[in-house]
Design a binder for this molecule. Structure first.
Ligand code: MN
Ligand code: MN
Length: 471
């Protein structure tokens, strides 16, 4: 017997009309869309394996951009609608630009992600020997929980610049055939004193020393023969001496490749999702934008993790300088173009973690698999140190995403007074542009192995693409 179709009650009808539907985002997607997300993330995972540092991310993005018809920016050249170029700032920050039909007249559309991630930088004089072990002294970069870094296999990435002008690439420890490096920790048997300390004191910055060798140079009775042996290996492999460390950007990063996480392979675990997980969607969105209404620029910036200071960070003028060039070419003024410009600051947010539920306020948290997260403001305390997107701009963005069926959610960065953090959004807002954060929810943010959902990565790409494509 067929079931009689019940009419909806008034409460049910009102609920449908007035309240936000609370259901898992993944359920809203078709099998086909989830397949597309899985496919997109294959590209992301291989990018991530090539791009652990900002320099490597720039290199990988430039290579891919050239294949997609982007050429290096020439400030003496006039660009027309549909032209595509890139600006490489010191090999550490990159801008991908596609000129729009109306150029800069109605402002530009900016998608900005950062490509630096927390890590252990080598000090300018890093090499030493202690009790017949060779070690590197490091200075951590960005916000890390120091206890997470010992006993994790590390790889050495970066460059050493020689006095003769040549630059040597260093990239060792990721391939299983290569050696890796490690920060040691105390065995539990002897850790009575260490274990009674508060976490911030149990492992201080000067203990992040990396073990890099233990065998002495054979035909030598001198002191520090282990150090000499290591330096000899480095000289043979890279041609540099101890003094060359002074002019090097070398960092210890977690070794190994991005991995699928979960029996269902729904997530990706890797070092450096923050913020390559938004940089890759920003790169792909620029690649896939053919002839936008307004000029679009995907900016991959550096230095975000340490406050955005420096020539390659968002406090630098490099982005505004490019927009000024484009404005002048259109007979416009930079200040007028900026005031009409809009930006998605593509950065990650903290995904709700049921194990640490008390750090979050569930009604205003983002969740794995619920799509790109729009973060109206970050900051700390009473909304200090953040831009706060206007209601009008929020409305514009949510309409765009809804019209294009992009899966999205909102989230604050943890509960009020729980700590806090910031993104580059405020630096763009300070240039008098409309900006809001949009990106991927991350579990274990800033840990050596961070977690994201494949669906969220893909929806972030779709959000950026539709933002660029909008009329
Ligand atoms: Mn970030
Ligand atoms: Mn970060």
């Amino acid at each position: 017997m067929a079931e009689e179709k019940k009419e909806k009650t008034r409460a049910e009808l009102l609920k449908e009309k007035l309240l936000i539907k609370k259901e898992s985002g993944a359920k809203k997607l078709s099998a086909e869309e989830i397949e597309k997300a899985d496919e997109f993330c294959k590209g992301y995972m291989s990018f991530l394996d090539k791009a652990k540092t900002e320099r490597e991310a720039v290199k990988a993005a430039v290579e891919a951009a050239k294949q997609r018809g982007f050429t290096e920016y020439d400030c003496t050249k006039t660009y027309k609608a549909g032209d595509r170029f890139y600006v490489n700032n010191r090999g550490k920050a990159l801008m991908l630009c596609v000129i729009g039909r109306n150029g800069t007249k109605n402002g530009v559309r900016l998608g900005i992600a950062h490509i630096d991630s927390p890590r252990l930088d080598l000090k300018p004089n890093p090499l030493y020997e202690s009790n017949d072990l060779a070690m590197f002294k490091t200075h951590y970069y960005g916000g890390i929980k120091k206890y997470q870094w010992p006993t994790v296999p590390l790889a050495l990435h970066g460059v050493a610049a020689m006095k003769d002008g040549t630059v040597r690439d260093v990239y060792i420890g990721d391939d299983e055939s290569e050696p890796c490096f490690v920060v040691s920790d105390l065995l539990p048997h002897l850790a009575v004193e260490q274990m009674s300390k508060v976490m911030t004191k149990a492992f201080d910055g000067e203990m992040l020393n990396v073990l890099i060798g233990s065998r002495p140079f054979r035909d030598d009775d001198e002191s520090e023969s282990v150090k000499l042996n290591i330096m000899n290996i480095l000289y043979e492999k890279y041609g540099f001496t101890e003094e060359d460390f002074v002019s090097a950007d070398l960092a210890m990063v977690p070794a190994g490749k991005a991995r699928e996480v979960g029996f269902d392979r729904s997530m990706i675990g890797a070092y450096g999702h923050d913020d390559k997980v938004c940089a890759y969607p920003a790169i792909m969105a620029a690649f896939d934008t053919e002839l936008p209404e307004s000029t679009i620029i995907s900016v991959l910036t550096d230095r975000e993790e340490i406050g955005s200071d420096g020539a390659t960070g968002m406090k630098s003028t490099y982005m505004a300088d490019l927009i000024a060039d484009l404005a002048e070419a259109d007979g416009e003024k930079l200040r007028h173009v900026m005031a009409r410009s809009t930006c998605l600051s593509a950065d990650v947010n903290a995904a709700f973690d049921p194990t640490y539920a008390s750090a979050f306020e569930a009604n205003n948290s983002c969740f794995i698999n619920n799509g790109a997260v729009i973060t109206k403001y970050t900051g700390s305390g009473g909304k200090y140190s953040t831009s706060d997107a206007t209601a009008e701009y929020m409305a514009k963005i949510r309409k765009l995403l809804d019209d294009k069926n992009v899966l999205w959610q909102t989230g604050e960065l943890g509960k009020v007074d729980g700590g806090g953090g910031g993104t580059i959004a405020k630096f763009v807002a300070n240039l008098n542009a409309d900006v809001v954060d949009l990106g991927v929810p991350v579990l274990s943010m800033h840990a050596p192995f961070e977690i994201v959902s494949k669906i969220d990565v893909y929806e972030t790409y779709r959000a950026l693409y539709e933002f660029y494509a909008a009329e």
